[in-house]
Design a binder for this molecule. Structure first.
Ligand code: ATP
Ligand code: MG
Length: 556
């Protein structure tokens, strides 16, 4: 991975803490996903940060599922999250926790607050509570239920837990100060009634803690030394600190950093869920999704994603990162690891007139010029080949260094040819290109003295295999699909984000492609085998083109 020279502000804080001897047993961070969707590239940023820090400084990172909201959470999401973190290259060992495991402790914390007259049961309706909160300019007003006795509060809270009250009829609120400028400190709701089964605790609980109550306390229970979260929680920090102080529990230090935003996509799980539910994409793992599993199916590597997160760095202000930076990192890694192969996406026959009909020969082709250990493979050559339709022009401009009558071109790993003609059908459609080859111009032992400026990829018609290729484009037509609140982001989806190309001709070595192999189709881009295709079908997903195509298309 790229090494950064300067330290980001979180590393500086940690180094100071360590120098001050605050954490002799090492630091502890955590990655706390809510299992209500698949992880996306924004989560990768948080994972790389949290696990990266405890690799760099002596420490441990916990995985904690923040499962306080039974409506939207499921085991499928829990499993996918674990798979994705492992794939990214990180290990939480045996420290796999669930906030739901702390429901008992959290309930005791709440009772502790009640006993010290720091929390009360409020029977106000949600609208009344909202109205009583005031606004940034106007202070809130005290609830008529604020002065209930400790005994009554304890009894009612227990009743809430035991399912004696209807959903929405009562909440537990912290008793702080309705006139505080920070809205989160105006007697926040910390428990609500929900008569709903939880994916882990079943029907045990009729009440569930609010995120703000569960999250900070869970950090304390696990003795997290540095609790890293995104900027929108900065305003919640005074509340977390208040609770820690009142309860006298482990003082985890919260530090906020800017969330990762990428253009031409959306990142919130709620929005991603809408794309899945509306059939815009096939699933959470569709290669067009900004999810880790989507990117894996697309052919992105874990190393590329880690490197991307590292390059983006840690900021204190929100910004939008260009998709081309992510693609640059993917290309950089794939250039090192991918096997070079030849595939003709839009084939047209090439007939070598002076090559004997019954003759075939084997040629050697390197698998990866960037990696000597990758070795060579055999490719076959014969009289009839396929080349790309766009590599021929009947009447080309001067600088067209491909096939055109009278011009010379080299076929990769093979011979130099001179184009001698072509054939069209009745509709004027090109059906054959004709050429003559120079036997003494064989790659590696060329004594012909002929110059050919262009080199084309090709496959031998005799043993070419038929494949299908999924080509991808950006998922949205605009850079920031959520910028205009009046427009439904689903209306901004790019209808051409998937283009299935059939009838692709590929060299036979690609039939042995495993799902973990990455390929560079020469002159075309990087590809990976589609894991979801039937095993007797050859289907490839395009990972990324060879060059930045965003600038060309007017992307910012
Ligand atoms: P979403 O809006 O996508 O649902 P979330 O923050 O609600 O995101 P969580 O599952 O609660 O998702 O997040 C788990 C962790 O990942 C949190 O610590 C959160 O701060 C972090 N995280 C989520 N999105 C991003 C992002 N875009 N950039 C950096 N960190 C993120
Ligand atoms: Mg969330």
């Amino acid at each position: 991975m790229e090494k950064r020279e300067s330290k980001n502000f979180i590393e500086q804080i940690i180094e100071k803490d360590l120098a001050d001897g605050k954490f002799p047993n090492g630091i502890i961070t955590r990655f706390p996903p809510e299992p209500n969707g698949y992880l996306h590239i924004g989560h990768a940023k948080s994972i790389v940060l949290n696990f990266g820090l405890t690799q760099k400084y002596k420490g441990k990172t916990n995985l904690r599922f923040d499962d306080t909201n039974p409506d939207t959470e499921s085991i499928e999401f829990v499993e996918s999250i674990k798979r994705d973190i492992r794939w990214l290259g990180y290990d939480w060992e045996d420290r796999e926790y669930f906030t739901s495991d702390y429901f008992g402790k959290l309930y005791e914390f709440a009772k502790d607050l009640i006993k010290r007259d720091l929390a009360y049961v409020d029977d106000s309706t949600p609208d009344e509570i909202l109205a009583g909160k005031g606004t940034v300019e106007v202070p809130g007003t005290n609830s008529p239920f604020r002065e209930r006795s400790v005994e009554e509060n304890l009894r009612l809270f227990e009743g809430m837990k035991n399912g004696e009250f209807a959903e929405g009829s009562k909440v537990l609120r912290a008793k702080i100060d309705m006139s505080q400028p920070n809205m989160h400190m105006r007697d926040p709701v910390i428990y609500r009634i929900k008569r709903m089964a939880h994916h882990r605790t079943g029907n045990e609980w009729n009440i569930y803690p609010m995120y703000d109550f569960a999250h900070g306390q869970s950090d304390s229970i696990e003795e997290i030394t540095h609790s890293l979260c995104t900027l929108e929680f900065e305003n919640h920090r005074p509340l977390y600190n208040w609770l820690i102080e009142q309860l006298g529990i482990y003082p985890s230090r919260q530090i906020e950093f800017a969330r990762l935003n990428l253009n031409y996509t959306v990142m919130s799980k709620r929005k991603l869920a809408q794309l899945v539910e509306n059939g815009v994409v096939e699933s959470w793992s569709d290669p067009r999704m900004p999810t880790i599993s989507g990117m894996r199916n697309r052919g992105y590597t874990a190393a590329a994603i880690r490197n991307f997160c590292d390059r983006v760095g840690i900021a204190k202000r929100d910004n939008v990162i260009d998709m081309s930076l992510l693609e640059f990192c993917v290309r950089e890694d794939l250039n090192k690891v991918s096997l070079r192969r030849m595939a003709v996406l839009d084939p047209v026959k090439l007939i070598i007139e002076n090559y004997p009909e019954d003759q075939h020969e084997n040629l050697l082709a390197e698998n990866n010029p960037e990696d000597e250990t990758a070795g060579e493979r055999k490719i076959t050559f014969g009289r009839e080949l396929y080349i790309e339709r766009e590599d021929f022009m009947e009447d080309p401009p001067k600088k067209f260094f491909r096939m055109a009558p009278g011009r010379f071109v080299r076929l990769k790993h093979a011979y130099i040819l001179e184009c001698s003609g072509f054939k069209k059908d009745d509709n004027g459609e090109l059906i054959e290109v004709h050429a003559r080859y120079f036997p003494e111009s064989k790659s590696g032992s060329d004594t012909s003295g002929i110059k050919a400026k262009g080199t084309l990829h090709w496959v031998n018609a005799a043993d070419a295999m038929e494949a299908k290729v999924n080509m991808y484009d950006r998922l949205f037509k605009v850079a920031e699909p959520l910028a205009d609140k009046k427009v439904d982001f689903l209306d901004l989806v790019n209808e051409d984000s998937l283009n299935v190309v059939e009838g692709v001709k590929v060299e036979p070595a690609l039939a042995e492609a495993g799902s973990k192999d990455h390929f560079q189709f020469m002159r075309k881009g990087y590809f990976v085998r589609d894991k979801n295709a039937a095993s007797d079908e050859l289907v490839f997903n395009m990972t990324v083109g060879l060059r930045d195509s965003w600038a060309k298309k007017g992307g910012k």
